[in-house]
Design a protein around this ligand. Sequence first.
Ligand SMILES: N=c1c2ncn([C@@H]3O[C@H](COP(=O)(O)OP(=O)(O)OP(=O)(O)O)[C@@H](O)[C@H]3O)c2ncn1[C@@H]1O[C@H](COP(=O)(O)O)[C@@H](O)[C@H]1O
Length: 96
Amino acid sequence: MDVLREVYAIIQQRIKEKPEGSYVAKLTTDDKKKAINKICEKIGEEATELILAAKDNNKDEVIYESADLIFHIMVLLAYLGIEYDELMAEFERRKK
Ligand SMILES: N=c1c2ncn([C@@H]3O[C@H](COP(=O)(O)OP(=O)(O)OP(=O)(O)O)[C@@H](O)[C@H]3O)c2ncn1[C@@H]1O[C@H](COP(=O)(O)O)[C@@H](O)[C@H]1O
């Protein structure tokens, strides 16, 4: 089961349908510039939290903050209309 692919599809659906109570919808309902700012701000915050957790050598926190960071990066990519497979193709291209 590819859980990241599943979550990505849910994110794309939330961006499109904007259901009440959706965190993704909340991040992406403003105009494009504001929405991108909001998402990027979260990416910055989560990256900082991950760095702090790593410096504390706190494995559980590193996992938790990594998931937060990856999630927000996926929201950004999906918001920009990028498909999950396009990201996977880039990793495939780099594979040695
Ligand atoms: N994986 C996640 C996920 N990871 C993190 N988050 C949210 O990201 C935010 C992280 O921000 P912080 O750590 O700063 O916590 P916070 O202070 O509560 O956040 P803010 O109020 O400051 O935004 C939290 O609100 C988390 O709930 C996520 N929200 C949703 N998902 C997935 O996205 C899907 C769609 O979610 P909804 O849009 O809410 O339906 C869900 O099915 C989940 O699979």
